[in-house]
Design a protein around this ligand. Sequence first.
Ligand code: MTE
Length: 363
Amino acid sequence: MGAWNKRDDMLIHTAEPFNAEPPPAALAGHPITPTDTFYSRNHGNIPRIDPASWRLSVDGLVERPLELSLADLQSRFEHHTVVATLACAGNRRGELMAVRDIPGQTPWRSAAISTARWTGVRLRDVLAAAGPSGEAHHIAFTGADRATGIDPAQPFGGSIPADKATSGDVLLAWRMNDEPLPVAHGAPVRVIVPGYVGARSVKWVERITAQRHPSSSYFQALDYRVLPAETDPGTAPAGSGLSLSVAALNSAILTPSEGSHVLVGPNLVTGYATAGEHRAVARVDVSADGGKNWRVADMEHPPGPWAWVLWRATVNLPPGRVEITARAWDTSAATQPEHPEPLWNPLGYLNTSWSNVHLIAAL
Ligand code: MTE
């Protein structure tokens, strides 16, 4: 068992803050990702919080500000379970960095994405107990960790629109895959925002604020934004660029692994695909000749409406160097762009280009 109870073969990008993803092949075959395989993304050191002294404040534009203990949360509100995929907005950034460097950012491969069963209470119910005013258009979350490397130092935070916050599937969760939520994943309680980029699922949440405007946290106002390619992120004004919220249409090949040697003839290719909110993955195509000819993959029934789709296709490989390519389509008939070059952005978010692996096939 490796750091933070993760599997030994995690790719650890940084030990502190702990940023790690599994080998892509470890995600294959598991509609629900085992907890020891689930990626971990942190902007500061992981806080250890005593569940008995943890308190959650609900404040801002509410009629009745609340201060809740874990026991209050668990006893006052109905419990609810959601299967949701979390994906880091920086997933697959490494391919953007191959186009042009992105200094200071983690070169995530394609496994900064995982799926779990999350259990807790609905944020909607907790907000209803506090009575938000009609002016509360955004719900902001603040975590207990201190992010490192930003000035001024501050806790991690972010917000979601009030409509999303009250939609019923946004959770304050204390269980993951039917076990207590691990410390590295936000214990005692984290927010789960299904269908949004992972950054909005704030861990170690200790404050929920109903407010007129989106969060002014660094992680909402300056980070997690798609800036125009020529913008300097160091001088871009707060609020510039496109703020990330809804998850993107994306896919990646999980097996065979990049660079592996395989046998000529039929080979099984597997992977995942995700679609944005209010859309679903409609089709996945796989090519064994760099995108000239495509075969439609078989898709598994996803483990829930907020979860990824795992897919598989058998392709016939000729001898020599082969490039396998995958692309997904959603229910609006949109598909992924072919190349990462036009998607390059200064913070390296949302690489949704076709996924490729390179193999050597021999008899
Ligand atoms: N919450 C806090 N408090 N601190 C963080 O650094 N990282 C966010 C989000 N919530 C973060 C956080 C990001 S960028 C992602 S992608 C997800 O948590 C990752 O969740 P995980 O570490 O449980 O996989």
